[in-house]
Design a protein around this ligand. Structure first.
Ligand SMILES: Nc1ncnc2c1ncn2[C@@H]1O[C@H](COP(=O)(O)OP(=O)(O)O)[C@@H](O)[C@H]1O
Ligand SMILES: [Mg+2]
Length: 146
C-alpha cells in the first residue's frame, strides 16, 4: 500500500535562525538513525497522516543534551510493545501483515545511539500516534554539525 502524507513539518525555530546545534556524533550512524525513524513514521502512519520533527536543547541542565523527536499520527505502540520493538526482528503482529519489514531498523537505531553515548525511546498512545526520541550529549568542542 502506498502512503500519502499530508505534511512533514520541521518544528524548530533554530532552523530559521543563525544558531546551530552541534553534537558529537558519527555522521553515517546519525543519518541511519534519522532515516530509520522517518521511514517508520511514514510507514506506520495513517493515510493522510502528519509527521513533525522537533529539536530540543536543555542548555541549563548538566550534562547538556540535545533531543531529536519524530512525532507521527499513526497506529501507535502499546505500552507492552514499547520495549520489545527495539529488539532485533520484533514486529508488532497486528501491523506486520500489511507493511513489509525485517524488524531490524529500531535495533540498529538503538545500537547506533548507544554507541554514541545517547538514549532512545518512544512515547505513544495506541491508534493516536508515537513520538520516537533520540538524545545525544552536547559537546563544547565540536566535531560534526547537525
Ligand atoms: N512510528 C511507528 N509507529 C508504530 N509502530 C512502529 C513505529 N515504528 C516502529 N514501529 C513498530 O516497531 C516494529 C519494529 O520496527 P523496525 O525495527 O523499524 O522494523 P520494521 O519497520 O522493518 O518492521 C515495526 O514492525 C512496528 O510494529
Ligand atoms: Mg523500520
Amino acid at each position: 500500500m502506498k502512503k500519502s502524507l499530508k505534511s512533514l513539518k520541521l518544528v524548530n525555530d533554530q532552523l530559521f535562525t543563525n544558531k546551530m546545534t552541534i553534537v558529537y556524533a558519527d555522521r553515517f550512524k546519525l543519518n541511519q538513525i534519522l532515516l530509520n525513524l522517518l521511514n517508520n513514521s511514514i510507514k506506520y502512519n495513517k493515510e493522510d497522516g502528519n509527521v513533525e520533527i522537533y529539536l530540543e536543547e536543555e542548555p541549563h541542565k548538566e550534562p547538556q543534551y540535545v533531543t531529536i523527536m519524530i512525532k507521527d499520527t499513526g497506529y501507535g505502540v502499546s505500552t507492552e510493545n514499547q520495549e520489545k520493538i527495539f529488539e532485533p526482528f520484533y514486529r508488532v503482529k497486528e501491523f506486520a501483515s500489511y507493511t513489509e519489514g525485517t524488524g531490524i531498523g529500531l535495533s540498529l537505531v538503538k545500537q547506533h545511539v548507544e554507541d554514541m553515548f545517547g538514549e532512545v525511546g518512544v512515547k505513544s498512545e495506541e491508534m493516536a500516534g508515537s513520538t520516537f526520541w533520540v538524545k545525544f550529549p552536547l559537546k563544547k568542542r565540536n566535531i560534526l554539525c547537525l
